[in-house]
Design a protein around this ligand. Structure first.
Ligand code: FES
Ligand SMILES: [Fe+2]
Length: 395
């Protein structure tokens, strides 16, 4: 097997990640701090899987939004009928980046270079002067052959995912176990009741670390007593357990979530939520880049956007059951909920950034895992190593 980035890390190093958790090493430093690994992961880890890129509810009808996919230009559009599309953000004429900032449109996208014009569905509608001044059509040139190039997409839990290489099993197949598990936990109508909070609903956090460290930190509760003393006081480490949910999903489950039913104006619960599990909170990561939190009265999703090999941006959105997302009578509850979560996520910044600094050290060669607390982190490392190895065997 030869890895396309063989000079940076070896198959032996990857094999050592696959060993049982008590013996395994983590992914080598080069996977965290080199542009080569970043590009490699874009093409061999993100592109073949379903990557989260945006929250669907934040897109207005008529909107066109450019998205940077680890350096590749993509474009999300929302048609007036609500349909959402993802395209490569490049004009079919001379390859001009079609949209450079988010904008509301009248339903048409005009390329600034020579004014070729596209519908938000991606159809090429006009090619001004293509056949000479005042001649807007050309014999043998069919607009139907030159529309924007679509990217395969899917929406789940208000999150827009793309499969860039178009070859993955459908999202519903890829995440079947995860979808089923949370449908059962939230109840059959849970997903349809999810609404993003219109106030105090989200946050964006820039972290100076490789995207994988943000996931690894979320995958373990070992650090709770040391980094999150507040959280640990109401959701202590000994009430958490690691759970492997599927080949591409793992996370923490806590048995001490407080739905706040004794509060003056408690947030409504999802009506179909398993009544035996009101005190359960689940915090899975759907690989490669979506952190989730499920509780009886709210769900949150955090997209981890890889920005460079050593930086990422976390984008959070909190969802409630129906009107709890917009009713003013829950404004205080929504605010205190967002405040509590952002405090936790802000506390996680320093550990992630200092793990990144540690990845510069030749004295660190993947480290070790606690066979009790790091089971999910190791599961993720294994998943990453398998993506690398699969890319190598395909060469
Ligand atoms: S590159 Fe877009 S119209 Fe020419
Ligand atoms: Fe944390």
């Amino acid at each position: 097997m030869s890895l396309p980035i063989q000079s940076l890390l070896s198959a032996d190093q990857l094999q050592s990640v696959l060993r049982p958790v008590g013996e395994a090493r983590g992914m080598p430093n080069a996977a965290y701090n080199t542009e080569e690994a970043f590009r490699f992961e874009r093409d061999h880890l993100f592109a073949p899987n379903w990557t989260a890129i945006a929250f669907i509810d934040s897109l207005q009808a008529g909107e066109a939004r450019p998205v940077d996919f680890l350096g590749l230009p993509l474009l999300i559009t929302r048609q007036r009928d609500g349909a959402v599309n993802v395209f490569h953000n490049v004009c079919s004429h001379r390859g001009f980046q079609l949209v450079d900032t988010t904008r509301r449109t009248n339903g048409l996208l005009v390329c600034p270079y020579h004014s070729w014009t596209y519908a938000l569905s991606g159809e090429l509608k006009a090619t001004p002067h293509i056949g000479g001044v005042g001649v807007h059509n050309l014999e043998g040139f069919r607009c139907a052959d030159h529309g924007l190039r679509p990217v395969r997409s899917h929406v789940w839990l208000g999150v827009l995912f793309v499969n860039l290489d178009g070859k993955a099993p459908t999202f519903s197949e890829s995440a079947a176990t995860v979808i089923d598990r949370y449908r059962r936990l939230m109840g059959p109508d849970g997903e349809s009741l999810l609404r993003p909070a219109i106030t105090h609903g989200g946050a964006s956090i820039d972290v100076n670390c490789n995207w994988k460290l943000a996931l690894e930190n979320y995958l373990e509760a070992y650090h709770l007593p040391f980094i999150h003393p507040g959280l640990n006081s109401y959701s202590p480490l000994d009430r958490h357990a690691c759970e492997i949910i599927s080949g591409n999903c793992a996370g923490q489950v806590t048995a001490s979530f407080d739905p706040g039913l004794d509060r003056a104006n408690p947030l409504p619960l999802f009506p179909g939520w398993d009544p035996e599990r009101l005190a359960t909170g689940e915090y899975p990561v759907l690989y490669p880049n979506l952190l989730l939190g499920f509780q009886a009265n709210h769900v949150f999703a955090m997209i981890v956007h890889p920005v460079s090999s050593v930086t990422c941006r976390e984008e959070l959105m909190i969802f409630y059951a129906g009107d709890a997302a917009n009713d003013d009578c829950y404004l205080g509850e929504r605010k205190s909920n967002l405040d509590a979560w952002t405090m936790v996520f802000n506390e996680d910044i320093e550990p992630c950034e200092r793990m990144q600094v540690g990845r510069q050290s030749p004295g660190y060669t993947g480290g070790a895992f606690s066979p009790v607390h790091d089971v999910c982190s190791h599961h993720f490392h294994q998943w990453v190593a398998k993506q690398y190895l699969a890319a190598g065997s395909a060469n």
